[in-house]
Every structure is written in structure tokens, then in C-alpha cells.
Design a protein around this ligand. Structure first.
Ligand code: HEM
Length: 145
């Protein structure tokens, strides 16, 4: 992962409430991560603005929901649920079958930002995560446009 420091929010100068040990704790733990992922895929299904992103996925999003939840759990500094099941995420390689250009990258990040807003994620945490998601999504880009 290109930005493995996302989970480290322990900097004393950081505005995080109660100096949370990880982004996972700051977010509120397992149930909050799960509902963020559910909101993300609900929005992908509902919002016409995420049409290209939705079209890249199969008819059912239920596997994707579980996998993104397991992945984010570890990426945010909580339990490594994805790695326990599948080993190293190899996200760039796993996304090679799908077209990821600027539009898909930006739709993914915008959809996640909207989900974080809807879920009431703290603004400072949301801004920080959005930047990390953008770096990761751009690193997975396999098309110039
Ligand atoms: C930071 C950005 C992203 C993250 C963290 C992420 C994360 C993931 C994860 C963990 C999986 C499951 C991988 C597996 O085990 O098979 C997955 C699957 C997938 N991702 Fe992404 N992804 C991102 C961006 C994107 C973008 C921009 C697209 C645009 C096409 C995309 C399309 C897909 C598709 C189509 C699947 C397969 C879903 C399925 O199994 O039905 N992802 N993603």
C-alpha cells in the first residue's frame, strides 16, 4: 500500500478527539466502518453521478461490500480482516481487470466523501482520509484518461 501511514493518527499536534490510537478508533470502530461501507455502495447504486463507477461493478455489490469492509478495517488501523482471509491485498493488481481512469478515480473518491458526510464522520478525519483515498485511487489508475 502506498500510504500505509493512514492509520497513524497519534501525532500529539493532531486535533483528533482524545488522541485516538487509530483512524479506526476515531471513526468509532467496527459498526461505524461497516455502515460507512454500506452507505458508500448504497450511494454508488443510487446516484447517477457515480454511473461509470457502478457500471464497472457486477450486478450484485454484496461481495464488494464485505471485501471493502474487511479491507478498510485493517487499512484504518483496526483488525486485519482482509489479510486474514486473502493475504496481501495487492489492490493495484486486483483492479487491473477494471478500467480505472480519472473519471472512475474521482467518482470513487467523491462517493466515499459523500458517504463520510452522510455518516457524520468528523471533518478533520474525513479530510485526511479523503486525501489518502485519492492517493490510493490514483495509484490504482490503469488508464491515462
Ligand atoms: C481508494 C480506492 C479504492 C479502494 C480502497 C478499493 C478497494 C477494493 C477492494 C478491497 C476490493 C476487493 C478486492 C478483492 O479481494 O477482490 C475492490 C474490488 C473492486 N473494486 Fe475497488 N477500490 C478502490 C477504487 C476502485 C475504483 C476507482 C474502481 C473503478 C472501477 C474500483 C472497482 C472495483 C471493482 C469493480 C471491484 C470488484 C468488486 C466485486 O468483487 O464485485 N475500485 N476494491
Amino acid at each position: 500500500m502506498s500510504n500505509s501511514d493512514v492509520s497513524d493518527v497519534s501525532d500529539a499536534s493532531d486535533p483528533s478527539p482524545d488522541r485516538a490510537a487509530s483512524a479506526y478508533d476515531w471513526l468509532g470502530g467496527e459498526a461505524r466502518v461497516r455502515s460507512l461501507v454500506d452507505r458508500f455502495y448504497d450511494l454508488m447504486d443510487l446516484e447517477p453521478g457515480y454511473g461509470e463507477l457502478r457500471a464497472a461493478h457486477g450486478p450484485s455489490l454484496s461481495d464488494a461490500r464485505d471485501k471493502l469492509f474487511w479491507f478498510l478495517s485493517g487499512w484504518l488501523g483496526g483488525p486485519n480482516l482482509y489479510i486474514e482471509r486473502f493475504g496481501h491485498p495487492r489492490l493495484r493488481a486486483r483492479h487491473m481487470p477494471f478500467r480505472i481512469g480519472i473519471k472512475e478515480r474521482d467518482q470513487w473518491v467523491a462517493c466515499m466523501a459523500q458517504a463520510m458526510d452522510d455518516e457524520g464522520v468528523d471533518a478533520a478525519l474525513s479530510a485526511r482520509l479523503r486525501e489518502s483515498f485519492m492517493q490510493t485511487a490514483d495509484w490504482m489508475r490503469n488508464q491515462g484518461v
